[in-house]
Design a protein around this ligand. Structure first.
Ligand code: NAP
Length: 493
């Protein structure tokens, strides 16, 4: 079959799992088609591995662990940096792959390759700084301290919205800490993950250290969660699946970190330029077509600037272009599949039926079945699903508030607690919001908040643990305490 995705290096397009350094078919012979969300075209097929093959990946990781952890830290760093460099050298091919399977505009995909590579560089270096402590001793003639050790094999389960960066944010931290990883990418976006495996091999990452398994998600996860040899599970995805995996990992008592859904508030104070704030809100809402855990889903605008804000928001939103991410000048690609379009439609209908106003969003203009034109709703209320649910679509909901306390109460009125945005120049309001918002991350007067050095993560039902930054590598390290007794206790001394 001719390859649909045209790459400068066709060997980056892999249609097998990658286990113990080998490209692997499924023993059961089952294959699944992967399609382009922009037009439904079949891009290729992936095998579904059988449970025994998932266990074989654990065997491979176990076999590779001792040598990887024993490597000098600067040697591990060099291998990871070689992987990082290969990602950047192949940036265009990786971006093309990603846009085909995920749908995001090509410039965004290029940006994600750089963002994803930045985690590898950062953690490669951070691996050198996994220091233990010296503890002033309360025990006579003893030296006390801690050393850091890799936790062991890590299973990484990732979503489709950031097919590359959600893998490297976990894998680079684990591998820098000395752990082998078994990645289970989303079924919609396996090819980017497999290209990462190809590049890991070229970077001389030893066989068994970076594995990619594919298959029926509940079945694969069940094996990974039950496996006692897997010591850490790091998941990014929906809160529903996160809860399930936490439960399934209880018997094997794993370290579990969860990066789950968000429902970010965007609070606009009375003292800001409504145009500046509206343009920022459009950017925070429509990144990745709204299919982003950081998307500004609930926009709360002070009543004194509400009307002007809505006007500028609508104007900016009207300029967004929707189409195939491979075409030039596209802001929003397709949604990931038809179910996502149905969900978005349902959310809009529900809001209108409960009294919200549809300011803009004409679906007859959508360029294809998986596309959803950006929607602006005003007068949204907490009883609407646009408020309660993570909508994961280009549907923006705006509501007015009158006091800071009211804005805070409304912003916190959700089970989620990933990220929040605040626009205001009043230092007392900034501080009040910063302290009062029940979120893991708060961006003030900025829509850019992520990056390799920061502790990314949420509170409440948005997750457990942190990724990125010094906290990110700790998720894959154990602290071993030591007490060295009998120091200087030679008789007579
Ligand atoms: P999802 O449905 O939870 O899927 C995520 C991963 O879990 C995929 O690999 C999926 O595999 C697997 N999975 C699905 N059902 C499963 C089951 N019953 N048992 C075990 N594994 C299962 O999430 P998604 O739709 O891909 O991603 C969107 C979600 O991710 C949103 O909620 C978003 O907020 C969240 N997210 C969070 C962050 C963060 O950093 N906090 C970042 C990005 C995305 P298959 O694809 O093969 O089914």
């Amino acid at each position: 079959m001719t390859q649909t995705i045209k790459l400068s290096d066709p060997r980056l397009f892999r249609q097998h799992a990658y286990v113990g350094g080998k490209w692997t078919y499924g023993d059961g012979g089952r294959e699944e088609a992967v399609t382009n969300p922009a037009n439904g075209e079949v891009l290729g097929h992936i095998p579904w591995l059988e449970p025994d093959q998932i266990r074989a990946a654990v065997d491979a990781a176990e076999g590779a662990f001792a040598n990887w952890r024993a490597l000098r830290v600067d040697e591990r760093c060099e291998r990871l940096l070689a992987w990082h460099d290969l990602l950047l050298e192949n940036r265009e091919d990786l971006a093309i792959l990603m846009t085909h399977e995920q749908g995001k505009p090509l410039p965004d995909a290029r940006g994600e390759v750089e963002y994803g590579a930045s985690f590898i560089r950062w953690f490669a270096e951070e691996g050198k700084r996994t220091f233990g402590q010296t503890i002033p001793s309360h025990i006579p003639n003893a030296a006390l301290g801690t050393i850091k050790e890799p936790v062991g094999i890590a299973a990484l389960i990732t979503p489709w919205n950031f097919p590359l960066a959600m893998i490297t944010r976990k894998a680079a931290a684990a591998m820098a800490a000395g752990c082998p990883v078994i990645v289970k990418p989303a079924g919609e976006t396996p090819f980017t993950a497999l290209a990462l495996a190809e590049l890991a091999e070229r970077a001389s990452i030893p066989a068994g250290i970076f594995n990619v398994v594919l298959g029926d998600a509940p079945q694969v996860s069940e094996v990974l969660c039950a496996e006692e040899r897997i010591k850490a599970l790091s998941f990014t995805g929906s809160t529903r699946v996160g809860r399930l995996l936490l439960e399934q990992s209880a018997n094997s008592v794993k370290r579990v970190s969860l990066e789950l859904g968000g429902n970010a508030p965007f609070i606009v104070g009375p003292d800001v330029d409504p145009k500046e704030a509206a343009f920022a809100a459009v950017s925070a809402k429509f990144q990745t077509g709204g299919q982003d855990c950081l998307a500004a889903d609930r926009i709360l605008v002070h009543e004194s600037v509400h009307d002007a804000f809505v006007e500028h928001f609508a104007e900016r939103m009207a300029a967004l272009t929707v189409g195939n991410g491979l075409d030039s000048e596209i802001d929003l690609g397709p949604l990931i599949h038809g179910k996502a379009v149905e969900k978005a439609m349902g959310i809009v209908d529900d809001a209108i039926s409960q009294g919200a106003t549809l300011v803009a969003g004409d679906q007859s203009q959508a360029p294809g079945p998986n596309y959803f034109m950006p929607v602006l709703l005003t007068g949204v209320t907490p009883s609407m699903s646009v408020w309660r649910e993570e909508n994961f679509s280009p549907v923006a909901g705006i509501t007015a508030y009158s006091t800071d306390d009211q804005a805070l109460e409304m912003a916190n009125d959700t089970e989620y607690g990933l990220a929040a945005y605040v626009y205001t120049h009043d230092i007392r309001r900034i501080w009040k919001m910063l302290r009062g918002l029940e979120y893991g991350m708060v961006a003030v007067n900025s829509v850019k908040m992520t990056g390799a050095p920061i502790p990314f993560g949420g509170v409440k039902q948005s997750g457990l643990g942190r990724e990125g930054g010094t906290a990110g590598i700790e998720e894959f390290l154990e602290t071993k305490y030591y007490c060295l007794g009998a120091l200087g206790s030679v008789s007579g001394s």
